[in-house]
Write a protein that binds this ligand. Sequence first.
Ligand SMILES: O=C(O)CCC(=O)C(=O)O
Length: 278
Amino acid sequence: MDSEQIQSHVQRIRDVGFTVIENAASSELVNGLINALLRIEKEHNLGPATTSFEGFKTVRINNLLTYDDIFWEVPLHENVLPIVESVFDKECLLSSFCSLVLGPGQEAQPMHEDTQLIPLPRPHIPITLNAIWALSDFTNNNGATRIIPGSHKLDHAPEYGRHYDSVMATMPAGSVMLFDSALWHAGGANESDGRRFAFSCAYCWGWMRQQENLQLGIPRDIATRFPRRLQELCGYGIYKGQFGHIDNRDPIELLGRERTKTTVWEATDRRKARNAAM
Ligand SMILES: O=C(O)CCC(=O)C(=O)O
């Protein structure tokens, strides 16, 4: 994806709250991801969620990065991450990553927005972006995510349980809808006889608390095997050299990596020394 394409996706997120990256993922990757989900569901005997919001006919697998290396490609994907990094910066974090597999008969989810429990007045700058990966075709009867374009600019969140007119984000498998999580949205009703396979892969600023506690939730031996960028996305880093340090050290050192960044305090002294030497 070139910088012009990236900027046009960023602009759409700013203007209407969402953008769709068609054919973001190859069919080979999509098939591999679905097969991994089916295998894990069986191996771990995973069933539908137990709350109405998550969906009594929806299987959600949280903490996905721990289950199979194939999932590592998702948060890092070259057609999605550069857009996220342009909205935030390169020190952004993965906030949560789960599967969303809607079974036949799954009712529509209540309209909501993902930042509504954060005590910031709306509208606010994007603080979380959610990438909904369509692993199945999202059609008009299998539960395609519903959205209200432009609603990220409203000064309030939706009333829980109230009906709102919305549009369906229909898109072919392999597409990704990336949206400002303040956009009003909801999973649709699955009135088909097939399952709707999807992921929610959400990112946030490096100064925010992540929705999933990935540093504690991912065993150290698994995190050690991640590519460095994924380790950083999971929170093994220090935002702007200040937030997230452990006794002034970069947590990435816990994974056996050399740190590449200095703390803000070291950087200040180095700057002072340079100025004094001039
Ligand atoms: O399943 C979907 O399409 C959206 C799910 C969602 O927004 C959520 O669970 O917060």
